[in-house]
Design a binder for this molecule. Structure first.
Ligand SMILES: CC(C)(COP(=O)(O)OP(=O)(O)OC[C@H]1O[C@@H](n2cnc3c(N)ncnc32)[C@H](O)[C@@H]1OP(=O)(O)O)[C@@H](O)C(=O)NCCC(=O)NCCS
Length: 199
């Protein structure tokens, strides 16, 4: 397995891994075009940290985040709002108000400036292709992401994930040295855990 920085040619494959790794999630429901645009955001911002794991010449996993969550999300709102709306158009037509509300929360305010976590890097998304789970690919992606965070002068990483029905993912973060910093409720009564790791 090879770990490397993502580039534009990986976007479609990353969207495929996302679609397979996050079935039933809201962002997945917005489709490939939307996901491609979202991941492109990490390529196009200087604070973006975007790694892919490659096996037999194919993308089998990815990790995407930012070393400056605050400026990253401000810029995302400013530069990509219209294009996100256009990419989410089919879903918006089906259910305009719910999709718009969720879209704004899920994309533009994801991890944005949580109190007390200023100065940290945000891991926004990590996924491994379902047929190669449990082979330490996730761990290698996480380690690579943390190395890059350190190189950029940040000394901790934070992220959020579901508390309920998500035991394996929670075990994955704990095993990799992350601790629960807080928990909070999101729309539709979803309980989220915010994890931190000092690196
Ligand atoms: C979380 C994820 C990236 C871990 O990737 P991975 O390559 O399977 O992880 P590793 O092999 O490095 O670590 C294995 C550990 O992850 C956990 N794990 C989570 N889901 C797992 C699965 N389906 N199969 C095996 N291990 C899994 C276990 O704790 C396991 O530890 P163990 O081997 O001691 O039981 C991967 O399960 C995934 O893509 N999940 C779906 C997307 C997701 O929920 N991402 C996180 C959102 S915040």
């Amino acid at each position: 397995m090879k770990l490397r920085f993502a580039d534009e040619r990986d976007i479609d494959a990353v969207a495929s891994v996302h679609l397979a790794a996050f079935p039933g999630f809201f962002l997945t429901s917005l489709g490939r075009k939307f996901l491609s645009e979202m991941y492109r955001g990490f390529l196009n911002h200087p604070s973006g940290i975007f790694l892919v794991a490659e096996g037999e010449g194919k993308v089998i996993g990815f990790a995407a985040g930012t070393s400056e969550p605050s400026s990253f999300f401000t810029e995302l709102r400013r530069k990509r709002f219209i294009s996100f709306l256009l990419c989410a158009f089919p879903a918006l037509l089906r259910n305009p108000s719910t999709v718009l509300q969720k879209l704004i929360k899920a994309v533009f305010y994801r991890g944005d400036k949580p109190a007390g976590l200023e100065g940290g890097a945000l891991l926004s998304s990590i996924g491994v292709r379902p047929d190669v789970l449990g082979k330490s690919i996730g761990q290698k992606l996480l380690n690579g992401f943390e190395r890059e965070v350190l190189l950029r002068g940040r000394d901790f990483v934070y992220l959020t994930t579901d508390k309920v029905g998500n035991d394996r993912v929670n075990a994955f973060y704990k095993k990799n040295g992350y601790f629960v910093e807080s928990s909070f409720s999101q729309h539709a009564g979803r309980t989220m855990l915010r994890y931190v790791k000092n690196i």
